[in-house]
Design a protein around this ligand. Structure first.
Ligand code: GAL
Length: 402
C-alpha cells in the first residue's frame, strides 16, 4: 500500500506545496476587465440550432429556480443559429425575427433583469459553424465585419462573445495566420467598444493545420478552446480533431494547466459540461465538473436546465465548485500520481483543496492518513474525511481544507 499513500495534508503551511504564480501574457490581458472564468450555460449541446427567445428565457428562469444563479452560475450564452441568414443593408448582424422577435436586445434585457449576464455566438470566418456544415442558411461570419459586429453586440448588452472558427468550407484560407488575424480583429473591435466583453474563441473546429490546444492564445482572447467538441461519452477514442469524451477533455485541460497556459485574464476552455446527461455515469459527471473547477477553467453547463435530475441539480448548485473554479490565488499544481490516480493541489482563499482523479477503469484506494480530520471535508458532500479514500472508476474526489 506504500505507493498508494497520498500526502493530503491540511496541516502543512501553504508554502510547502510548490504553487507557481501565473505568468502574465507579455502584452497583458487581451480584454482588460473581462471575466476570464465565466460560469454559466450555453445552448449548443442541448439544443443545437433549435433555439428561440422563449427557449433561452426558460433556461434563464431555470438558472434562477434551480438555485444555480445563487450558487454562482451567471452567464446565459446563445450559441449558433440565432442570426438571420442575411445581414442588414448596412452590413450589420440581425437576429432571425421569427424566433427572436424584436431582436437580441430584449432577450439580453430579460437575462440581465434576472441578475444574469448574456453571451452570444458569432462565426470568426465567413460562416458560422452550422452554416459551414450546411445545417443553417447564410454566410454571416464576422470576418471583415469584426469591429462592426463587436459594436453591435456591445449595443445589445452582450457580456461575452463566443467567436468560433469553423474552417471546413467556411473560409477560403484556413491557415493559422488568417485565424490569428480574425481573432485579433475581434479582440480589437471589443476593445474599441469600451465594454469589457469576455471573448471565448474556438480555434479548433475543422482546422487541421494546428494541433488543438497547442497554441498560446492568451494575447488574443479571455479563453480559447482546447479541443474539438465534447460529446456525451467517457472516451471516443478519436484523435484531437475528432469528437472528445470527458476523459479526453480532462486530459487536455490537465496538460494545458501543467504547461502554464492559464494567465491573468486568460484561461484555457475545455468546452461544455455534460452534467445531467443520461449517457454519462454520475462519477464521470463529477469528474468533468470537479476537475474543470479544480483547474480553474470556465464552466458552461450544456444540458437542458429545465429538466435536471435531482443529482445533477445538487452538483450544479454546490457553491464550493464555483468558488473553486473562480478562485485566483494560485495555479493548481500536479503531485506525483498514486496507484493510477492523478492528484492535484491548490491554495485557495478558503484553504487548500486536493483533487484525486481516477481515470482508470477500476476503483483505487489511497491512504490519506495524514488528513487532519477536524479540517478536511469532502467538497461534494461537506462530510468530514480521514483515513483511507476509495475513488471509484472515472470518479474524482475533492478534499477541502477550508
Ligand atoms: C462548433 C463549436 C460548438 C458550437 C458549434 C455551433 O464549431 O465547437 O461549440 O459552437 O460550432 O455550430
Amino acid at each position: 500500500m506504500a505507493s498508494n499513500r497520498v500526502r493530503v495534508s491540511c496541516l502543512l503551511a501553504a508554502g510547502t506545496v510548490a504553487l507557481a504564480a501565473a505568468v502574465a501574457s507579455p502584452t497583458g490581458p487581451a480584454i482588460p476587465g473581462a471575466d476570464a472564468v465565466p460560469i454559466g450555460w450555453n445552448s449548443w449541446n442541448a439544443f443545437g440550432c433549435d433555439i428561440s427567445a422563449d427557449r433561452i428565457k426558460a433556461q434563464a428562469d431555470a438558472l434562477v429556480s434551480t438555485g444555480m444563479r445563487d450558487a454562482g452560475w451567471r452567464y446565459v450564452v446563445v450559441d449558433d443559429c440565432w442570426v438571420a441568414p442575411e445581414r442588414d443593408p448596412d452590413g450589420g448582424l440581425v437576429a432571425d425575427e421569427s424566433r427572436f422577435p424584436g431582436g437580441i436586445k430584449p432577450l439580453a434585457d430579460y437575462v440581465h433583469a434576472r441578475g444574469l449576464r448574456f453571451g452570444l455566438y458569432t462565426g470568426a470566418s465567413t460562416q458560422t459553424c452550422a452554416q459551414a456544415f450546411g445545417g443553417y442558411p447564410g454566410a454571416t461570419g464576422s470576418a471583415g465585419h469584426e469591429a462592426q459586429d463587436a459594436a453591435t453586440l456591445a449595443s445589445w448588452g452582450v457580456d461575452l462573445v463566443k467567436d468560433d472558427w469553423c474552417g471546413v468550407g467556411a473560409d477560403a484560407d484556413p491557415s493559422p495566420a488568417r485565424q490569428e488575424a480574425t481573432f485579433a480583429a475581434f479582440r480589437d473591435g471589443i476593445r474599441a467598444t469600451g465594454r469589457p466583453m469576455a471573448l471565448m474563441i474556438n480555434p479548433n473546429s475543422g482546422l487541421t493545420a494546428r494541433v488543438p490546444g497547442g497554441a498560446d492564445w492568451s494575447s488574443f482572447a479571455t479563453s480559447a478552446r482546447l479541443t474539438n467538441d465534447v460529446t456525451t461519452a467517457w472516451s471516443t477514442g478519436d484523435g484531437p480533431h475528432g469528437f472528445q469524451g470527458v476523459k479526453q477533455v480532462v486530459a487536455a485541460a490537465e496538460q494545458a494547466v501543467a504547461a502554464g497556459r492559464p494567465r491573468p485574464g486568460y484561461r484555457p476552455d475545455a468546452d461544455m459540461l455534460e452534467v445531467g446527461s443520461a449517457e454519462l455515469k454520475p462519477a464521470e459527471q463529477r469528474t468533468q465538473l470537479g476537475m474543470l473547477a479544480m483547474l480553474g477553467l470556465p464552466l458552461m453547463a450544456g444540458t437542458d436546465l429545465t429538466a435536471l435530475s435531482p443529482d445533477a441539480q445538487r452538483l450544479l448548485t454546490n457553491p464550493a465548485l464555483v468558488s473553486l473554479a473562480t478562485d485566483d490565488m494560485a495555479l493548481p499544481a500536479r503531485l506525483p500520481d498514486r496507484g493510477g490516480l492523478h492528484v492535484w493541489v491548490r491554495a485557495t482563499a478558503a484553504g487548500r483543496v486536493f483533487a484525486v482523479y481516477n481515470p482508470t477503469d477500476g476503483p483505487v484506494t489511497v491512504d490519506v492518513g495524514e488528513l487532519a480530520a477536524d479540517r478536511a471535508t469532502d467538497l461534494w458532500t461537506g462530510a468530514a474525511m480521514s483515513g483511507s479514500l476509495t475513488v471509484a472508476a472515472h470518479d474524482t474526489e475533492l478534499v477541502s481544507c477550508a
